[in-house]
Design a binder for this molecule. Structure first.
Ligand code: TRP
Length: 353
């Protein structure tokens, strides 16, 4: 049996370079090089509402933005089912039954949830829906018989929770036939791509920290942002020795640069090792490395911007596609829900004589 792949994002803002190296790139690899059974990308609006319940417009407007980001970045809607979470009601029903298999204490121990509770000042009063989102995410994954989940590193606790739910379901209901598959998370190989730092060098790249380069940023904005990126504050003159650790330009080069970029844009250096060595010894200016990075990022973003223009002219078509895809996804999830209820013994229609 070939793999079924599922992943998703909350529609709370445009996608940025952190998303690109953290998950989109892996998705493109799967899409283009892997022989899978099915591939779903879910726009997780229901999950987005768990910490934006009073900001429906933001979530609503970002559904199409995220869909456009996907398609512009190269996700092919003919190969991947991009759908909207809330338009697949089976997911909520599956979540309801899973909620009986997980304790509040277990959710409070989830490291990603813990971080997010702090960030959102939910300490005193945690919305039930928010605390429960790992359970709902397990339903997203298990409803489609998913075997592979390409995600960022911060999502690992969610996959762990999902596997625990499968165990607990099997232990409790002892299904005669397999109802759920055990999914596996795939995270980026390069460490730097698992958690791309923001332009300020302090936090990870995120919309809320205001330190992101977006896939939809125009050339001038990208240039400005890269020119303002945190490097080594003690590297003042070109001749000064420079530090690589914590230098955001080098972090981004680690994430984005390939050997061929040197031949194309900076032939005086052989490769990244060579550039780093010379920077450390002194003699390489920040403007030089920033312009090099800018060219690499522009090469990535130029075709994405072109496709975005096309998408913006076809918004209605994209909506129609999302709605149709959600119906298909709903049919797929229904099959699992039926098996689940059978295994639990709550398929009451069987009682009719
Ligand atoms: N939690 C993910 C995020 O914050 C979004 C998401 C929801 C997801 N359901 C999922 C990711 C299922 C992978 C699989 O971006």
């Amino acid at each position: 049996m070939k793999d079924i792949i599922l992943t998703g994002d909350r529609p709370t803002g445009n996608l940025h370079l952190g998303h690109y190296v953290g998950s989109i790139k892996n998705r493109l690899n799967f899409q283009n090089q892997y022989d899978y059974e099915k591939f779903y990308i879910m726009i997780a609006d229901t999950q987005a509402l768990t910490d934006n319940h009073d900001n429906v417009d933001k979530v609503k407007n970002n559904i199409i933005q995220v869909a456009i980001d996907y398609i512009s970045a190269g996700i092919d809607p003919n190969k991947v089912n991009i759908f909207i979470q809330s338009m697949v009601p089976e997911l909520s029903e599956i979540t309801t039954y899973f909620m009986n298999l997980v304790s509040v204490a277990r959710l409070q121990r989830n490291p990603t949830i813990k971080d997010e509770i702090k960030q959102r000042n939910f300490d005193k009063s945690i919305p039930i829906g928010f605390l429960n989102y790992p359970v709902s995410q397990a339903a997203d994954i298990l409803a489609f018989q998913t075997t592979i989940v390409p995600v960022g590193e911060d999502q690992l606790p969610m996959i762990e929770q999902t596997r625990e739910i499968v165990n607990s379901f099997n232990f409790t209901y002892k299904p005669k036939q397999e109802v759920f598959k055990f999914p596996k998370a795939i995270i980026p190989e390069k460490k730097i791509c698992q958690r791309l730092p923001g332009l300020d060098g302090k936090l990870k790249m995120s919309k809320s920290a205001g330190n992101a380069i977006y896939l939809c940023d125009d050339t001038e904005t990208v240039k400005q942002k890269i020119m303002s990126a945190y490097t080594d504050p003690n590297h003042i003159h070109v001749q000064d020795p420079g530090k690589i650790e914590g230098n955001i330009v080098f972090s981004y080069l680690d994430a984005f640069c390939e050997d061929r970029h040197f031949q194309q844009y900076l032939p005086e250096f052989q490769n990244l090792e060579d550039l780093k060595n010379k920077y450390k010894h002194g003699g390489v200016g920040d403007v030089k490395i920033k312009l090099f990075l800018f060219k690499i990022i522009e090469e990535l973003l130029t075709p994405i911007r072109e496709k975005r223009k096309e998408c913006l002219e076809n918004i209605n078509e994209i909506y129609k596609l999302l709605f149709k895809n959600s119906e298909d996804a709903s049919k797929d999830a229904r099959k699992t829900l039926i098996k689940m209820k059978e295994a639990m013994g709550i398929d009451y229609k069987k009682l009719l004589k």
